[in-house]
Design a protein around this ligand. Structure first.
Ligand code: CU
Length: 280
């Protein structure tokens, strides 16, 4: 196949370097550079800040410093400049090298704070999800729909064709497209973090407190994330899978989920009753 051809792959990887978001799907790709393709306004803003503010600033500073280093190596080398200057002070240059970095920081700070505040202010939510980090899986709750379930990683030998390794879970989250989804994040044992790169979402899951964040997915698809706070030996094995679907499909899933997970709840209640009986 053409994709197996090493020259073709090399060509694609070179293209990736010049077009960081070119040809990327919803999950990490081999040899991928830069971010996953944005699926929310928040992530679009983050990518814009990175591509059009941070990268040009970093590139310009690097080139400028490199130029200064090379220039002074050549111009002021011992053979060409045997008597060194004794200058210790120049007011003009000191004002410039204080003011210019200040201006650069302000140029970065203005759009950066704008994005931070837009992430912080949660619009009225259409769907609310509670995510609870456990060692080592995620528990999810749709409080308005009375749905509670756990989401474990599918191990490598149980993967179906097309399912990505270390990212596939048994019970996926479903959210409707173009709707505000509020996520309340907490943990039940140690620190975890609920992170979904395509939505520009990352919040710590802290035992005993609830952090809130939100996203509005602007296209359908399956999106993957991972726990992003080192939480123990299986930190790498508690991925997050979110299916963004149409409103109709979401409602269909809700009906199914209410049955599927309600049954489980009933069996849990039975289990608790049995334990209480055994104790008595
Ligand atoms: Cu974790």
């Amino acid at each position: 196949m053409v994709y197996k051809n090493p020259m073709y792959r090399l060509g694609i990887n070179i293209l990736f370097i010049f077009y960081p978001t070119f040809l990327l799907a919803e999950q990490p790709k081999e040899w991928q550079l830069s971010f996953s393709k944005a699926a929310s306004k928040s992530m679009n803003d983050i990518v814009w800040l990175h591509d059009y503010i941070l990268l040009p600033v970093i590139a310009a500073i690097t080139v400028f410093v490199l130029f200064l280093v090379i220039y002074s190596c050549i111009r002021f080398r011992a053979s060409r400049n045997p008597t060194a200057s004794t200058t210790t002070h120049n007011t003009m240059i000191e004002i410039i090298w204080t003011l210019v970095p200040c201006i650069i920081l302000i140029i970065i700070a203005v759009p950066s704070f704008k994005i931070l505040y837009s992430q912080d202010k949660i619009p009225p939510a259409d769907v609310t999800i509670k995510a609870v980090g456990y060692q080592w899986y995620w528990g999810y709750e749709y409080p308005d729909e009375k749905i509670i379930f756990e989401s474990y990683m599918v191990s490598e030998e149980d993967l179906k064709p097309g399912q990505p390794r270390l990212l596939t879970v048994d019970n996926e989250l479903f959210v409707p497209v173009n709707k505000v989804v509020k996520v309340m994040i907490t943990a039940n044992d140690v620190l975890h973090a609920w992170a979904l790169p395509s939505f520009g979402v990352k919040r710590d899951a802290v035992p005993g407190r609830i952090n809130e964040t939100w996203f509005r997915a602007d296209r359908t698809g399956t999106f993957y994330g991972q726990c992003s706070e080192l939480c123990g030996i299986k930190h790498a094995f508690m991925p997050i899978t979110v299916n963004v679907v149409s409103q109709d499909e979401y409602e269909k899933w809700l009906l199914d989920a209410k049955q599927k997970f309600a049954k489980k709840e009933r069996s849990n209640i039975k289990l608790v009753k049995r334990i209480i009986q055994e104790k008595n």
